[in-house]
Design a binder for this molecule. Structure first.
Ligand SMILES: *[C@@H]1O[C@H](CO)[C@@H](O)[C@H](O)[C@H]1NC(C)=O
Ligand SMILES: *[C@@H]1O[C@H](CO)[C@@H](O)[C@H](O)[C@H]1NC(C)=O
Ligand SMILES: *[C@@H]1O[C@H](CO)[C@@H](O)[C@H](O)[C@H]1NC(C)=O
Ligand SMILES: *[C@@H]1O[C@H](CO)[C@@H](O)[C@H](O)[C@H]1NC(C)=O
Ligand SMILES: *[C@@H]1O[C@H](CO)[C@@H](O)[C@H](O)[C@H]1NC(C)=O
Ligand SMILES: *[C@@H]1O[C@H](CO)[C@@H](O)[C@H](O)[C@H]1NC(C)=O
Ligand SMILES: *[C@@H]1O[C@H](CO)[C@@H](O)[C@H](O)[C@H]1NC(C)=O
Ligand SMILES: *[C@@H]1O[C@H](CO)[C@@H](O)[C@H](O)[C@H]1NC(C)=O
Ligand SMILES: *[C@@H]1O[C@H](CO)[C@@H](O)[C@H](O)[C@H]1NC(C)=O
Ligand SMILES: *[C@@H]1O[C@H](CO)[C@@H](O)[C@H](O)[C@H]1NC(C)=O
Ligand SMILES: *[C@@H]1O[C@H](CO)[C@@H](O)[C@H](O)[C@H]1NC(C)=O
Ligand SMILES: *[C@@H]1O[C@H](CO)[C@@H](O)[C@H](O)[C@H]1NC(C)=O
Length: 763
């Protein structure tokens, strides 16, 4: 402006000089000039130097422009005259122009008219591209929206989604979350967050009845209560409109197709495995119900098969094999074998079909791969206290179309693969759906080894193999071990002393003593071997050898006992105090007879020697009778001899002139022999029960009696025998100092008398 002004001045001055020069001689100045001197006119500035003069000349909001010799007025920028003319000279007021009418700001912006101009501002929530608050040139500046959602990825915080809106944004919580402000949307994440919605607050409303609701972060799930199962078969659901919880007892397969049966089994397993109280009656009833339904529907499925068609169906839970025959035609071989991976069944077609003629007869074998884990051993009805039962096979169901399967003419044979190596007694059991428990009625073990058990049953149902685990506790087995070791060691000492006594005491040399000696030697060796070898099962051959020797030695004991009976019989019944057995024959019998028995047994069934648990005869196959049978016979024969002997003795006591001394001696012999027989006999009765039943009480009795045999024999044959006692006393006297000798003899006389009196009365 300054320069422009000065430039105007300069121009004006030049003009003046020109004018001054040109009109020097002018007498009068023209319009728009005024005379400076008689010779000089200069231009008149009509617009004046100030705005107020200018405004006074032209009007408001005008600009006055001086020209050489004249002037004109224009409106100021942004103003216009009423008439719209640009140049004027008369006094005219100029008005403001409203530029906003022409929409100079572009989209999404607001135009504000100003005196002499306008300004653009962006609409709410929008910003200008240049960042200025206002603008006028829409070609340079536009308005745009800020997208908070993409500009700040975390605009809404966790578990919320962001939606950009014009000028703002809306945050909405994800499904399963609710905003802390209680509203549907928010946009200030410091003030409001999304937190987990606990859908389970009203569980019944969310999940329906008989179910429980489990809230998780951002979600929830419904599961059916114990004993209930969701109708669609899924383990859990989130919408009660999808499904509901149904009483397990009322669930049945949809159809009798194997797929539906499997679906049903799946659901039942899932539900049964969740039930905590496995030994409740309800649980057992559910099991019964399940097994019955499986049987019924599988047989129905089998009815659709063609003649002799065999169908095999396997899933992760079960394996089904079915076969049918049609048109009353029984195949020639008469039997059908149905086999799953681990189990098999052999059944006669006559059993399958029943007595009536038939259109279709079918047999099915279902192996449940997981049922054994949920049909544990607690389901046994015998409630045995000391044995715990363990299911060691898969549970199988054998089903046939014949409805009369309670008592089969020909038993059905089932083979089970043992899931666990068994070391106890196995039982073949069936599921008694009336008692809702395992039962052994009508089922027996045909044979069993480590890996297989063969069962034979006279009725049809669901079967399995149970193993009786001998519940001998750690402490018990340790105590038993100590008792055995201590007892047998004591026994061995006693037997050793007895043997020495019999050999060294001249005064008691007789046939009976010889027999006792051999008995004690046999028993000594047997017990020694028992102590060392009974549980050396690691080496099969070694174990079998040990079992064989034990068999031989224990049999020898009994053989010698029999000889003792015979000898007594000869003494009393035949020729009183006359000839006795020849020692040649005695030796032959005492050591030969056991050898014969063991030889025959070993040749007939050598596998029977040595079991997994003991180096003894196999109990399961009944091989142990190779020992028990001779023993029983000997006991019976001996018992016979003793009865005759006692009877004869009584006779002789009452005779007119008895040799009292001799008779009393024989009487003592007899009772000793009987006591000995009882002792050894009883040991093996208890032993048998122990090996078979394995109860703790039996274990203790057998261990104690067995390990004290030697001590008893020592007491019976040595301490109760006056001659032997006298020998002992002599022996002690010779060993001890002479000074103390009298003391011993005093003691011994009194004790001898005491013992004598008991013997007179008791024996
Ligand atoms: C100018 O002219 C007037 C009359 O025309 C006269 O009176 C006056 O003296 C003149 N002045 C000069 C300086 O010439
Ligand atoms: C107004 O007058 C000026 C000076 O005479 C001239 O330059 C201009 O063109 C005129 N404007 C109009 C719109 O007549
Ligand atoms: C701007 O306005 C136009 C028309 O009114 C509209 O379609 C557009 O979405 C707006 N843009 C923004 C960023 O608001
Ligand atoms: C909710 O937010 C937490 C924290 O970031 C995150 O760990 C979780 O996965 C989110 N949950 C869902 C369902 O998006
Ligand atoms: C955004 O939230 C407001 C209320 O806060 C609501 O009126 C509007 O409809 C929401 N817009 C969208 C697109 O959801
Ligand atoms: C968000 O909320 C916090 C606390 O309530 C407040 O301090 C802040 O000013 C709010 N921010 C906006 C953008 O409203
Ligand atoms: C709830 O569900 C979670 C995840 O699925 C699981 O870990 C938890 O054990 C369930 N709680 C109950 C009580 O079922
Ligand atoms: C069920 O078995 C549990 C342990 O398995 C036992 O504590 C409970 O007494 C048994 N209940 C019945 C009714 O036998
Ligand atoms: C059924 O058996 C009878 C005779 O046993 C035979 O005549 C008939 O054709 C058979 N029917 C079918 C469908 O096999
Ligand atoms: C099952 O085995 C027994 C002998 O172990 C036999 O008598 C019976 O016939 C067999 N049953 C079948 C169906 O093979
Ligand atoms: C039998 O085997 C089981 C493991 O399979 C074991 O726990 C148990 O002690 C064994 N019993 C005997 C008597 O060896
Ligand atoms: C067990 O018995 C089965 C069937 O009788 C037989 O196949 C298998 O070889 C036997 N296994 C052993 C180790 O004796």
């Amino acid at each position: 402006m300054e320069t422009r002004h000065s430039f105007q001045c300069l121009v004006a001055i030049c003009f003046h000089s020109v004018i001054i020069l040109s009109i020097t001689e002018a007498k009068q100045c023209g319009n728009g000039f005024y005379r400076v001197s008689n010779r000089t006119c200069i231009d008149d500035n009509e617009c004046g130097d100030t705005q107020s003069i200018s405004n006074a000349r032209c009007g408001a909001n005008t600009e006055c422009h001086n020209t050489f010799g004249s002037f004109y007025c224009t409106c100021r920028k942004g103003y216009i005259t009423q008439a719209g003319n640009a140049n004027f000279t008369t006094m005219t007021n100029c008005h403001d122009i409203n530029e906003c009418e022409t929409n100079p700001c572009g989209l999404n912006a607001t135009c504000t008219n100003k005196f002499g101009g306008f300004e653009c501002t962006c609409d709410d929530g929008l910003v200008s591209t240049t960042g200025e608050r206002t603008f006028t040139d829409k070609t340079k500046t536009q308005c745009r929206d800020i997208n908070e959602c993409s500009d700040q990825p975390d605009a809404c915080g966790h578990n919320a989604s962001c939606e950009n809106t014009r000028g703002s944004f809306n945050c909405t919580c994800h499904r399963g979350f609710v905003a802390t402000n209680g509203r549907h949307t928010f946009n200030n994440k410091t003030a409001t967050q999304c937190k987990d919605d606990n859908e389970c607050l009203d569980a019944v409303k969310v999940c329906g009845p008989h179910s429980s609701c489990n809230n998780t972060v951002g979600s929830f799930s419904c599961t059916c209560d114990e004993g209930f199962v969701s109708a669609n078969g899924e383990p859990s659901y989130t919408s009660k409109s999808e499904t509901h919880c149904q009483d397990l007892a009322s669930v049945v397969p949809k159809t009798s197709s194997l797929e539906d049966i499997n679906l049903f089994a799946d659901r039942s397993f899932a539900s049964l495995s969740k039930i905590q109280n496995r030994n409740s009656t309800e649980y057992h009833m559910l099991i019964s119900n399940f097994l019955e339904l499986m049987e019924k529907y599988t047989i129905q499925a089998a009815r659709n098969l063609q003649h002799k068609e065999l169908k095999h169906f396997t899933t992760s839970d079960l394996e089904v094999v079915i076969q049918a025959i049609r048109n009353n035609t029984i195949p020639k071989d008469g039997r059908v074998k149905l086999a799953t991976a681990k189990n098999s069944m052999v059944i006669g077609w006559n059993t399958v079909a029943g007595k009536e003629s038939f259109d279709v007869a079918a047999a099915a074998l279902i192996s449940y791969k997981q049922l054994d884990s949920i049909m544990g051993a607690s389901l046994s009805d015998d409630g045995s206290k000391e044995t715990e039962l363990d299911l060691i096979s898969e549970v199988v169901t054998a089903a046939v179309t014949n409805t009369d399967t309670e008592s089969l003419d020909e038993p059905v044979n089932l083979t089970f693969e043992n899931n666990k190596y068994h070391n106890g007694t196995v039982k073949c059991v069936y599921w008694d759906s009336l008692a809702n428990a395992w039962s052994v009625r009508g089922c027996k073990v045909d044979s069993t080894n480590r890996t297989y058990t063969m069962c034979s049953c006279t009725h049809l149902s669901s079967f399995a193999v149970l193993m009786a685990l001998h519940k001998i506790k750690e402490s018990d087995s340790y105590k038993l071990h100590v008792i055995t070791t201590v007892g047998i060691t004591l026994s061995l000492i006693c037997l050793f002393v007895s043997i020495l006594t019999f050999i060294l005491c001249r005064s008691i040399k007789s046939v009976r003593t010889t027999i006792h000696t051999h008995l004690c030697v046999s028993l000594f060796l047997a017990e020694l071997l028992f102590l060392i070898g009974i549980s050396r099962t690691a080496n099969k051959t070694g174990c079998a050898l040990i079992a064989g020797f034990l068999h031989y030695l224990f049999l020898a004991c009994f053989a010698w006992m029999l000889l003792e009976g015979v000898q007594l019989y000869l003494m009393v019944v035949k020729v009183f105090n006359a000839k006795s057995l020849r020692s040649k024959y005695m030796l032959l019998f005492g050591y030969g007879f056991p050898l014969v028995v063991v030889g025959i047994a070993a040749v007939a069934y050598s596998r029977g020697y040595g079991t997994d648990k003991y180096c003894w005869l196999d109990l399961n196959s009944g091989f142990v009778w190779a020992f028990l049978a001779p023993v029983c016979i000997i006991i019976l024969v001996n018992a016979g001899f003793f009865i005759i002997t006692v009877w004869r003795l009584v006779d002789k006591f009452s005779s007119l002139n008895p040799d009292m001394n001799e008779l009393k001696k024989i009487r003592a012999f007899t009772f000793t022999a009987i006591a000995q027989l009882c002792l050894l006999g009883c040991t093996w009765v208890f032993g048998m029960l122990h090996f078979q039943e394995g109860t703790i009480a039996m274990a203790y009795i057998f261990t104690i009696v067995n390990s004290l045999q030697g001590a008893f024999i020592f007491i019976l044959h040595c301490l109760f025998n006056k001659q032997v006692r006298d020998e002992y006393i002599k022996f002690f006297i010779s060993v001890c100092h002479m000074k103390k000798a009298s003391k011993y003899s005093e003691f011994s006389t009194s004790s001898t008398q005491g013992l004598k009196s008991t013997r007179e009365t008791g024996m």
